[in-house]
Write a protein that binds this ligand. Structure first.
Ligand SMILES: Nc1ncnc2c1ncn2[C@@H]1O[C@H](COP(=O)(O)OP(=O)(O)OP(=O)(O)O)[C@@H](O)[C@H]1O
Ligand SMILES: [Mg+2]
Length: 224
């Protein structure tokens, strides 16, 4: 479902080439929960951004299902991402003047294929599963970090993507909220059979993962 093939990302620094990712290959099957670990600066965010088509590789390809996202131009990548990929950012990236519900519906409105009633019923359904229906009409600065991160998962899921990519989604949370957010990903996997690839250092999440990769100085190793 997610297939990264001989992916490299490098930059020319004066007379040297600096590799951020060096011939990385990985596969995550449909409905699996994969994680990537590695120290700060190892290239984890770079890899997730390449898989999401937020960045372009120097060499190699990223496939989502039957499509090579790396072969698309920028407009096609954006459209493909909107329909097929949900991205959960560590820093939430919510618009502060919009309610939680309005923030969650943005990707749905961009797709422009549902009525307001249909959009609202989808938001209520996902919010019920994630336990955040009580905050839908509040502003982002009026809710807790754990609630906000669950709202990010709802926003990532609103177009029913095949794949969720999450960059250290529990990095800013306390133990209790980390557990709630991990449960939320498991619920999304159970309910929608979504394929999840997550960057994390959380040992509890590692126990839940089907596949574990370790990234060290741009070189990837499969741990499990
Ligand atoms: N546009 C760029 N030009 C040059 N170097 C870059 C560029 N973008 C990222 N890098 C470098 O690539 C390396 C990997 O960055 P990346 O953000 O992927 O690391 P990371 O594993 O996500 O780290 P962290 O755990 O701190 O988030 C870093 O050393 C960074 O400075
Ligand atoms: Mg990072």
């Amino acid at each position: 479902m997610i297939s990264v093939r001989n992916l490299s990302k490098y930059f020319q620094v004066e007379n040297n080439i600096r590799y951020i990712l060096n011939d990385v290959s990985l596969e995550i099957n449909e409905g699996e929960f994969g994680i990537i670990t590695g120290r700060s600066g190892a290239g984890k965010s770079t890899l997730l951004h390449l898989i999401a088509g937020l960045d372009t590789p120097s060499k190699g390809e990223c496939w989502i299902g039957e499509e090579s996202i790396s072969s698309f131009d920028e407009d096609k990548r954006a459209e493909f991402r909107l329909k097929n990929i949900g991205f959960v950012f560590q820093t939430f990236n919510f618009l502060s003047s919009l309610t939680i519900s309005e923030n969650i519906m943005i990707p749905k409105i961009l797709l422009n294929n549902d009525s307001t009633d249909q959009i609202n019923s989808k938001i209520v359904k996902i919010s019920n599963i994630l336990g955040i229906n009580h905050i839908l009409n509040q502003l982002p600065n009026e809710v807790s970090g754990g609630e906000l991160q669950r709202a990010c998962i709802a926003r990532a899921m609103i177009n029913h993507p095949a794949v969720i990519l999450a960059d250290e989604p529990t990095g800013n949370l306390d133990t209790e909220n980390r557990g709630v957010v991990v449960d939320s990903f498991n619920k999304m996997k159970g309910e929608f059979n979504v394929t999840i690839l997550m960057v994390t250092h959380d040992e509890e999440i590692e126990e839940n993962a089907d596949t574990i990769f370790h990234l060290n100085d741009g070189i990837i190793t499969k741990i499990r």
